[in-house]
Design a protein around this ligand. Structure first.
Ligand SMILES: Cc1cc2nc3c(=O)[nH]c(=O)nc-3n(C[C@H](O)[C@H](O)[C@H](O)COP(=O)(O)OP(=O)(O)OC[C@H]3O[C@@H](n4cnc5c(N)ncnc54)[C@H](O)[C@@H]3O)c2cc1C
Ligand code: FES
Length: 255
């Protein structure tokens, strides 16, 4: 459990906010692909925390940045937390990305609000000198996030796509992902976004014989293995996303 203070909490796209919190021990401990479970004040009837991945961490400043979409009561209350307000969170939780040793080039594929866990991975790849390309998808230009950050981190190619063609390529980001994978040269694929998107990426990675991991989203009532609300069907039986995931070997998931 970590207490935190809100440093800033501002919209960055349509219904998407960037929340920076000060929580020094968390900032030092959290690893790409892990998540936090935030207690959001403002509704005495709600015991549920909001699970969120993180977009970046700055151990020197003791801060962690999270990007979240406002979709319901919890995230609406989160959007109302001003700078200086305080609460607590559980974390870091779960198992994050496991980029293979010897990986020289990775492909990152993120759709919608699946960008944050993939972005924090890009920070690690850049720090380790591993080259990466990115395929980004969003419904429309106003909800496309992360393009600038991936470019600034030194991504080789950033192929942004929108479903309605208002920015980047007109279509799903699974198409450029499959095209890049068919060209070869990757040792690792990481994906997060809508499940049909991740299933397609997993399939394309399988065909290209490249190891692929996917970060799955599930309802999470406890976040630490006590409630079974976060079950994921795998070829090895049901597994809890909060402890065995949220990042899974894509071949293990029953899509
Ligand atoms: C490991 C993990 C990491 C996540 N990372 C992020 C992130 O970085 N950014 C982000 O915007 N969101 C992320 N989510 C999803 C986020 O937790 C939910 O959007 C949030 O809990 C919704 O809460 P709410 O009270 O606002 O909405 P609710 O009123 O609870 O629900 C609104 C809608 O969201 C759906 N929903 C509710 N909880 C979840 C959930 N846990 N997973 C999927 N759908 C849900 C409901 O079915 C409903 O359709 C993550 C979820 C998990 C499990
Ligand atoms: S969220 Fe309770 S067991 Fe995973």
């Amino acid at each position: 459990m970590h207490d935190f203070e809100v440093v800033s909490n501002e919209p960055i796209a349509r219904d998407i906010y960037a929340l920076t919190i000060r929580a020094p021990k968390l900032a030092a401990a959290i690893r790409p692909g892990q998540f936090v479970n935030i207690a959001v004040p403002g509704n005495a009837m709600s015991l549920l925390r909001v699970p969120l991945s993180y977009a970046s961490a700055n151990p020197e400043a003791g801060t962690v940045e999270l990007w979240y979409a406002v979709v319901g009561d919890g995230t609406r209350r989160l959007a109302q937390m001003p700078a200086g307000s305080r609460s607590d969170l559980l974390g870091p939780g779960g198992k994050g990305w496991s980029v293979l040793e010897g990986c020289e080039r990775a492909l990152l594929v993120a759709g919608g609000i699946g960008v944050p866990p993939v972005l924090c991975l890009a920070y690690e790849l850049a720090a380790r000198g591993i080259a990466f390309d990115v395929c980004l998808g969003a419904a429309t230009a106003e909800s496309l996030v992360g393009e600038r950050e991936f470019r600034e981190l030194g991504a080789g190619e950033v192929r942004a796509c929108t479903d309605d063609g208002t920015a980047g390529y007109h279509g799903f980001c699974t198409d450029p992902a499959a095209e890049l994978l068919s060209q070869g040269g990757y040792q690792y694929v990481a994906t997060c976004g809508p499940e049909p998107m991740m299933a397609k990426v997993a399939d394309a990675a399988g065909q290209a014989q490249v190891y692929c991991e996917a970060s799955l989203e599930r309802m999470m009532s406890c976040g630490f293995g006590a409630c079974s609300t976060c079950a994921v069907e795998t070829v090895n039986g049901m597994k809890g996303a909060c402890m065995c995931g949220p990042v899974f070997d894509a071949k293990e998931v029953v899509w």
